[in-house]
Design a protein around this ligand. Structure first.
Ligand SMILES: Nc1nc2c(c(=O)[nH]1)N[C@H]1C(S)=C(S)[C@@H](COP(=O)(O)O)O[C@H]1N2
Ligand SMILES: [Mo]
Length: 241
């Protein structure tokens, strides 16, 4: 088993947009930049532990934190969203949102875990198995890995082909039984249930089959490519189609 990498310094929200958003939520922008990190930690620990459910009323409530390494991210609708599948495949493809919605959907309920320590229990995600899109594309024998790219223009992720073919890895269209909101990577994000949440690339736009693992954004910065959360996560109830 790959060693659990454990909690990391909270650098993922380092993009100023994350802090601006949280400050904006409580109307505390006037406190200034110096106070922002400390205030963010207080708000985050409140949101993570909140027994009252009040944080569910916040725009990114319910324990989730908004992360984006890109300063701004375009909005894509059913009219202009495309997911391309290319690389070492026999049949490259481009899927529209209606086409993805028309494919068989898989719903999983697992705990979300970020390496910086926050966790959201029992969160439903739903979408198309990545393995289905890979099978439709016809993966060539020389293929070993998958590279995921995002329409934020910055983030990327990677999986080995074996990881990508797991039944608990989805091209997700819904979270908590609602269409994925833009803040959570909508209209389409990757959802890698058994791994730390950084593997779940938001604003997914490309799936490229490769002959070796190309480390993703955070992996270039020291995170593990194999990001298994632990034995118990992702080994629970069987997925339902
Ligand atoms: N495109 C993109 N995807 C991303 C990230 C990001 O910055 N950009 N952050 C990752 C990390 S570290 C986490 S914990 C989750 C956060 O998802 P959320 O914003 O829906 O809570 O998204 C992951 N996917
Ligand atoms: Mo994360």
């Amino acid at each position: 088993m790959t060693p659990n990498p454990g909690p990391r310094p909270d650098t993922e929200g380092g993009a100023p947009v994350g802090r601006r958003l949280i400050l904006g939520m409580v109307g505390a922008g006037a406190l200034g930049v110096a106070a922002a990190p400390a205030l963010q930690r207080v708000l985050e620990s409140f949101a993570a532990k909140d027994p009252t459910g009040v944080s569910d009323l916040l725009p990114n409530g319910g324990g989730f934190r908004y992360y984006s390494v890109a300063a701004s991210v375009p909005h894509k609708s059913a009219a202009d969203y495309r997911l391309t599948v290319d690389g070492l495949v026999d049949r490259p493809a481009g899927y529209t949102l209606p086409e993805l919605r028309a494919l068989p959907q898989t719903r999983l309920v697992r705990d979300v875990q970020c390496v910086t320590g926050w966790r959201v229990p029992a969160t439903p995600f739903q979408g198309v198995r990545l393995s289905r899109l890979l099978d439709a594309a016809g993966v060539r024998p020389s293929a070993r890995a998958v590279r995921l790219t995002c329409f934020d223009g910055t983030y990327s992720e990677s999986l080995t082909l074996d990881q990508a073919r797991r039944p608990d890895v989805l091209v997700a269209l819904k979270m908590r039984d609602k269409d994925l909101a833009h803040a959570h990577g909508g209209p389409v994000r990757l959802y890698v249930a058994p791994m730390y949440f950084y593997k779940s690339a938001k604003w997914l736009s490309g799936i490229t089959v490769t002959d070796h693992v190309e480390p993703g954004y955070w992996e270039h910065r020291g995170y593990d490519v194999d990001a298994w959360v632990g034995r118990s996560n992702g080994r629970g109830d069987a997925p339902t189609d």
